[in-house]
Structures are given as C-alpha cells and as structure tokens.
Design a protein around this ligand. Sequence first.
Ligand code: LCV
Length: 258
Amino acid sequence: MIKTEKRNKTGIVSLNHPEKLNALSQEMVHGLVASLESFKEDKMRVIIIRAEPNKSNVWSAGHYIPELPENNQDPLGFNDPLEVLLRAIQRYPGPVITQIHGSVWGGACDLIMTSDISIGDTTTTLAITPAKLGVPYNASGICHFIARLGINQAKEMFFTARPIDAVLAERWGVINHIVEEDQLEAYTMEMAEHIATLSPLAISVIKEQFRILSNSQALSADVFEKIEGLRTMVWESNDYHEGIKAFREKRKPEFKGE
Ligand code: LCV
C-alpha cells in the first residue's frame, strides 16, 4: 500500500492503494509509521509524503470509513492509527513535506495540516468532512487547523465540508506553494535537497520548539472533560451511525440531529 525510496538524504514515501483511493486504512497507516521509523534509523534529513496517481485523481480519500468503530467507541481516539501517524509526523526529527497532486479528504486533510510544508499543484483540493459523516472531530485535529488557518476559514471548512481549491488553499496559507503539475516533483525535490544540505541538528531542534510552543495551550481538566463529554454525545448519536451507513449504501445521509 506504500512505496518508499531514499534519494541522498531525503526519504520519499508514496501512498499506493489506488483501488481505495489511498484511503488511510490501518494497514496503510501502519506502513507509513514504519517507513518514518526506518527513515529515522537511516538518518534521512527530510521526508516527502506523496501519492501515486489513480483514476479519480485523489491524493487520499481520508480515513478508511468502513474501519470507523460502530460500537459507541471514540472514532478518533488517541490510539487511532491516523492519530499515531500525525504524532509521528510532528515528532520526526526533520521537515516532513507533503507533495499534493489531486483531491485530499477528511483525515488526510489533517495529515496535510500536520505536515511541516505543503507543496501542491493546480489540481489540489482540500476538504475536511466530519460534518458529512456525523463524526465528532477531536481537539488535537481542530488545533492543527487553527494553527494553519484563520479561525473563520477553519470553521468554513468544517461547517461546509466542501473542498477548497488550490487558489484558495494557497491564499489561505494552507499550502506553501502551488506549482504547475509538471513542476511539482522537481520543485518539491529541490526544496528537500536544499534543506538536507543545512544543519540537521539545528533544524530538528527548531522543529521540536515549534511543536512544543504551538501545542502550549494548556487545557484544564474540566475543559478537557467537557470536550470529551460533547464528543461522546456525538459518536453515540444515530447521526454518526447514519453517516457511515449512508457511505456504505452509496447514498446521501439523512441527519436528524439526534
Ligand atoms: C474507504 C473509500 C473511501 C474512504 N474509505 O470514486 O474527517 S473525518 O472526520 O470525516 C474522518 C472520519 C474521515 O477522514 O472520513 C473519511 C472522509 N472521506 C470522504 O468523505 C471521501 C469519501 N469518498 C468520496 O467522496 C469519493 O470516493 C471521492 C469523491 C473521493 C471519489 O469519488 P469517485 O466516484 O471517483 P468512488 O466513490 O467510486 O470510490 C472508489 C472506491 O474507493 C472507495 C469507494 O468505496 C470505492 O470502493 P468500491 O469500488 O469497492 O466501492 N473509497 C472512497 N473513499 N474514505 N473506501
């Protein structure tokens, strides 16, 4: 489900499950986490996460919906494989660059927000979709969007669940650069190779400082418990089960707000 390659001091990992539009299944995510660990052992200084093209021009369709729990469990809990991957990206001791061709959905959009630098092309679109599925997004995920977007823009993405296109993504600063499709690989590789010539120690410590300082909003216990209580109410709702059932039955969901 993934392909890996080492070019000098850059580790490249490609999502490669075209049949399911690179949906982030547990198997694919475990492969991604394992590739980061092996790149770390090989002292790769920069990581590029890209996707092999597929018939629907989808970079990744996000969480693998059939794997979402339906037994009143938290669908995006701390140990959810995707959350493990997002933390591994934040803790990798070097820049993780996402190279985006095509559309990005749901949890994969959170992966983009969590990466250090994003380079897209004119086909790039980004959508965050919990409202489409009845999923109560999690606090760390919402923090990733607040860190990357104005709060009104982050709210628009969550409340409409509609894709934003490359022009808007660049204007809102979600994507660092949008280049022509045929420039994407070369542009991204050039930036990675340049970063790999700089001090890996300085860069890894600067990255860790960004992580610590940007995660520094302390949550009091009762605020944390209030958030968890609200999220429990949603993932125990009929709407949550309806969202997944509608996807499986390939039809639009009928949300009743209960
Ligand atoms: C499993 C899939 C998926 C998929 N999982 O091709 O952010 S949150 O909170 O919402 C979080 C919980 C999350 O990330 O949820 C997932 C969010 N993702 C989405 O909402 C995107 C769902 N997919 C789509 O809307 C369409 O597949 C797009 C528009 C991406 C592409 O449409 P297209 O008509 O080109 P198909 O829908 O025919 O999909 C091709 C195959 O990929 C599977 C889908 O079930 C189909 O498999 P089968 O041919 O076996 O039926 N697939 C697509 N997305 N997220 N499987």
